[in-house]
Ligand binder design. Sequence first.
Ligand SMILES: Nc1ncnc2c1ncn2[C@@H]1O[C@H](COP(=O)(O)OP(=O)(O)OP(=O)(O)O)[C@@H](O)[C@H]1O
Ligand SMILES: [Mg+2]
Length: 339
Amino acid sequence: MNAPAPPKGLAGEAPILALRSVRKYFMPSQGLASEIASLWRKKRDVAGSVQAVKGLDLEVKPGEILGLVGESGSGKSTLGRLMCRLHEPDQGQVLYEGRDLALFSKAELKGFRAKVQFMFQDPASSLNPRLTARSALTEGLTIHKLGTRAEKNLKVNLLMEEVGLSADLASRYPHQFSGGQRQRLCLARALSLDPKLLIADEPASALDVSIQAQIINLLLSLKERRGLTMVLISHDLALVCLMADRLAVMYGGLLMEVFPRSLLGKVDHHPYVKALWASIDSTSKSDLILEGEPPDPQNPPPGCPFNPRCPEAEDICREREIRMIRLEPDRSCACHRRA
Ligand SMILES: Nc1ncnc2c1ncn2[C@@H]1O[C@H](COP(=O)(O)OP(=O)(O)OP(=O)(O)O)[C@@H](O)[C@H]1O
Ligand SMILES: [Mg+2]
């Protein structure tokens, strides 16, 4: 029997990664206990849990940079981790090249983990302080049994140079690097297994503005040179606009709007997107100022999560849950006023 055809992307391209109704709730306590409790609570009553990602669909197309934007706590990192199976979804599916990750064998998951890499939000804490740069960059190659010792050493030298670090620094420990250099090291580590998809969580937010620009340029040149697909996670719309081909805007664990960057400021956006855009664009005609606080993920408002801050909110927005509606071939929006 033929395998089912992979789902098609918005523009007819088969997505490299697709999330289908993916949900992730945590218990209010942090860490591993939360993760275990969350697994145990699959499909159970959700009262009192932290609703980090509330059941959403999203596709990553091959070769694109998808920018995932939203305020702190909107669920961006959780979504990024769901994409690469650092979190298991409570509900829904994550499809890689058309196949559900939940059905992958151990060997297939190992291959997936090489091809989909995640760069953590905090470069300092994601590097083992006891490992030199060389050891950090060799780890993945060793796990995947790639190359002899000499080949691995050569690969490490090339990786370091590719990200703009001298190979002479390979014997240094993470604390002997500057913040920007540590981020380059994280990038080299993520590239060591020649991934197809790189998920970069706030790759520049901990850095000075001048270093931020260097990291952004480096990511863009690597994308071109290696033909990488990228998910760029950031709370900073201005930064995402510099890099992304498409934007996915999150709020309160849900997607508010997904659209090509070329449409930004040119269509009747979701009010949340309008407010974000107004905050960075001096020519924006919108005088919408984002007041108030993001929703409490343990006690979100009924209806649209943005309704308490939305200047356009009507009764329906306070009563009925939102869902994504395709407004144009490549733009979807979750707003009752625009349905
Ligand atoms: N392991 C966890 N246990 C409990 N709650 C968690 C866990 N991870 C995330 N959360 C909660 O889920 C919600 C979404 O968190 P997430 O880190 O995904 O947001 P974010 O958009 O990445 O925020 P930021 O911009 O601050 O990084 C938050 O309320 C957060 O406290
Ligand atoms: Mg985050």
